[in-house]
Design a protein around this ligand. Structure first.
Ligand code: PMP
Ligand code: GLN
Length: 380
């Protein structure tokens, strides 16, 4: 067998979570909450199972869930989406991302990604026999230089992937970024894949600027979301993709053969749970409080914190602690020696560049964050 992905091993998330477990470290590496999801949501699953909703859901998703998503988008973004033709329920955002990439790219095409980039984009592109164009964003601001992006586009470029809010950069797009993206996409006839899984995790009074609310981008974008991220249930693997009818139709051709459909009782529970705007409107305050609990502990331990505008991750510069170590070595050393696991940011760059940055996940209960802070205090 000739590998289609010769450079791919296990992901950094698997690697660091395994190391954390074997060292009994506080795991602030892989991004998942360690607190329970809302009992009302669990109750919804139980009730759906007991009511007999245990067979295949419709291929595109349960109508009630697609309707609930459409009405949420109307409320939160003031955007009209056709639940029947424009929403596809997927097995998490990961499957939506892969399916979009596979439905859009032909062998020999190119897709453009901005680094640091979430780890699933490039392998999905490469698996299609397509090429990856990478434009690097630099710490601390990780702002996009749209002129540089434009210079990187070639006649073969079909797709640009953006992640807003950005994991791991923790930056968010402003309206000017969306305008620049729209102009670029129109000029070069690009499709846009917008990974907006952290749509509700924007802080300090900021707003999330979605491609769905931008008329030009709305017409040429696939926007991808994750209930795992939004409702503290990453293990459920339910998400969805919103795209215009013609794009959704192409996505569904592949989706039906990749998974056909997604867990029925979970979809029933989510459809009911989405009826209450309070279930998502409180998320910024909830996570901002987590961010503020962890930040002083990191600073006191000697880290220099980068600005965080969104996501449930905090980037930290460790130059004042162990300037001699590269990022992966530092993350492993911190896990083994101090019992706190993080993610090296170099994992999100193809060239593995070293900026002396690690990423901590603050989607954790108070006691977990406090234990991490206590352990890190030993660094002083
Ligand atoms: N995109 C980004 C930016 C993510 O951080 C993640 C996972 N946390 C995903 C996609 C995958 O989401 P899911 O767990 O719903 O597959
Ligand atoms: N998205 C999660 C993170 O950034 C990891 C999900 C995974 O392990 N694939 O930490």
């Amino acid at each position: 067998l000739t590998s289609k992905l010769p450079d791919v091993g296990v992901t950094i998330f698997t690697r660091m979570s395994q190391l954390a477990a074997s060292c009994k470290a506080v795991n602030l590496s892989q991004g998942f909450p360690d607190f329970p999801c809302d009992p009302a949501l669990l109750q919804g699953v139980t009730e759906a199972m007991q009511a007999g909703h245990n067979q295949y859901a419709p291929m595109t998703g349960l109508p009630a869930l697609r309707e609930a998503i459409a009405s949420k988008l109307q409320q939160s973004l003031n955007v009209h989406v056709d639940a029947e033709r424009e929403i596809t329920v997927t097995a998490g955002a990961t499957q939506a991302l892969f399916s979009v990439i596979a439905s859009v790219l032909h062998a020999g095409d190119e897709a453009l990604i901005l680094e640091p980039a979430y780890d699933s984009y490039a392998p999905a592109i490469l698996a299609q026999g397509a090429g990856v164009i990478r434009v690097a964003l630099r710490a601390p601001a990780f702002a996009v230089d749209w002129d540089e992006v434009e210079r990187a586009v070639t006649p073969r470029t079909r797709l640009i992937i953006v992640n807003n809010p950005n994991n791991p950069a923790t930056s968010v797009f402003g309206p000017a970024d969306l305008d620049a993206l729209a102009q670029l996409a129109e000029r070069h006839d690009l499709l846009v894949l917008a990974d907006e899984v952290y749509e509700h995790l924007v802080f300090d009074g900021r707003q999330h600027h979605s491609v769905l609310a931008h008329p030009v981008l709305r017409a040429r974008s696939f926007a991808v979301y994750s209930f795992g991220k939004t409702f503290h249930a990453t293990g459920w693997k339910v998400g969805y993709c919103v795209a215009p009818p013609a794009l959704s139709a192409e996505l569904r051709k592949l989706h039906q053969y990749l998974v056909f459909s997604v867990s029925t009782p979970m979809q029933h529970a989510l459809a009911a749970y989405l009826q209450q705007p309070a279930h998502w409107q409180g998320l910024p305050d909830f996570y901002q409080a987590r961010r503020e609990r962890l930040a002083p502990g990191l600073t006191q331990a000697g880290f220099q914190l980068l600005p965080n505008a969104g996501t449930y991750f905090q980037l930290a510069d460790y130059s004042a602690i162990r300037p001699d170590l590269g990022e992966l070595d530092f993350a492993e050393w911190l896990t083994r020696s101090y019992g706190v696991a993080s993610i090296p940011v170099s994992a999100f760059y193809a060239d593995g560049r070293d900026q002396h940055l690690v990423r901590f996940c603050f989607a954790k209960q108070d006691s977990t964050l406090d234990e991490a802070i206590k352990r890190l205090a030993e660094l002083r």
